[in-house]
Design a protein around this ligand. Structure first.
Ligand code: DGY
Length: 323
């Protein structure tokens, strides 16, 4: 039997590309550029499987490609808000994602951002590199203590729970959360977490608010000006979920006016073209969407895509079937 014809939209770690070559008649996007809508449409016309990432908007228009050859989108990533799932379903295309394998590394980045912004890590590093540092003194770069402060999680899925574990058992942080679909009681109890009745409740009470809800139409600007206004002036917002879960203009205003103390961001509306206003502020720590960016995790993500797609072509239901 001939190998399925596969297109991988961005370059993957070496070990995964080697595996792809074994199992598929594979084409790589050699120069690793973000693909255009027309290129993606062509991919759906010419390949049995396309393996996209968060940088590939697979819109209803892309999915209207004719004639359609693609049978499965093996997404490299857990989030799939860049794929129009309903349109994929309507065209009979299976979609898979890569949960679990990136949970800890993404939670680590949320912890890093929390520490960076509260303890002024990025600012301090810039200070040393610029040559402006003149030495230790008692009031130099005082930040906010993290240990013992309340962490509020919006969304209590895998990544939020991994962060809760690190923060509660490592940093003595009381955990509060809101999730419309909470995990079983024993999971909540094992993390000694408190379930809140609303997002507003979390925002009012938390010293650090970390966002762990999926990107979706429903969650677009979930954190808007009105909700930001509920946060304590001493509180910090951490976003490792999706940029558009937060109204970035409203957040910038809150940071400029110091109605909240700071923010740690790994994701942005319209990334990589983030609102340039963030670059002017010291009370925000900025990372370039690094959540899952470790060699171990990226290899595990690639292998998980391969496992899902291989199962599909063997006539099985892929382990991480979204639709
Ligand atoms: C994910 O896995 O969702 C990462 O954000 C990259 O897409």
């Amino acid at each position: 039997m001939s190998k399925p014809k596969a297109l991988v939209t961005r370059r993957w770690p070496e070990a995964c590309e080697a595996k792809l070559k074994e199992l598929f008649d594979v084409t790589f996007n050699e120069d690793n550029h973000p693909m255009t809508a027309e290129e993606l449409k062509d991919a759906l016309r010419n390949y049995d499987v396309v393996m996209p990432t968060v940088t590939d908007p697979i819109t209803a228009d892309v999915l209207s490609a004719e004639p359609l050859r693609c049978k499965i989108l093996g997404n490299f990533g857990v989030g799939f808000n860049h794929i129009d799932i309903e349109a994929a379903k309507a065209r009979g295309i299976t979609v898979t994602n890569t949960p679990d394998v990136l949970t800890d590394c993404t939670a680590d980045i949320a912890m890093l951002l929390m520490l960076m912004v509260a303890r002024r890590g990025g600012e301090g590093e810039r200070h040393v590199r610029s040559g402006e540092w003149t030495g230790w003194h008692p009031t130099h770069m005082m930040g906010t203590k993290v240990t013992g402060k309340t962490l509020g999680l919006i969304g209590f899925g895998r990544i939020a729970r991994a962060m809760a574990k690190k923060a509660h058992f490592g940093f003595d942080m009381p955990i509060i959360f809101f999730d419309p679909y909470p995990p079983p009681r024993e999971v909540i109890e094992s993390l000694e977490a408190e379930q809140c009745s609303s997002i507003e409740d979390v925002l009012r009470r938390a010293d650090f608010v970390a966002l762990h809800c999926p990107g979706s139409k429903e969650n677009h600007h979930l954190i808007n000006a009105e909700r930001l206004a509920l946060m304590k002036p001493t509180a910090f917002l951490i976003n490792t979920a999706r940029g558009d879960v937060v109204d970035n203009v409203a957040l910038l205003e809150a940071l400029r006016n110091k109605t909240i103390k700071g923010a740690g961001l790994d994701v942005y509306e319209g990334e990589p073209n983030l609102n340039k206003g963030f670059l002017e502020l010291d009370n925000v720590a900025l990372l370039p969407h690094l959540g899952s960016a470790t060699l171990e995790t990226r290899e595990a993500m690639g292998m998980r895509v391969i496992e899902n797609v291989t199962a599909f072509f063997a006539g099985q239901t892929p382990r991480d079937k979204v639709v």
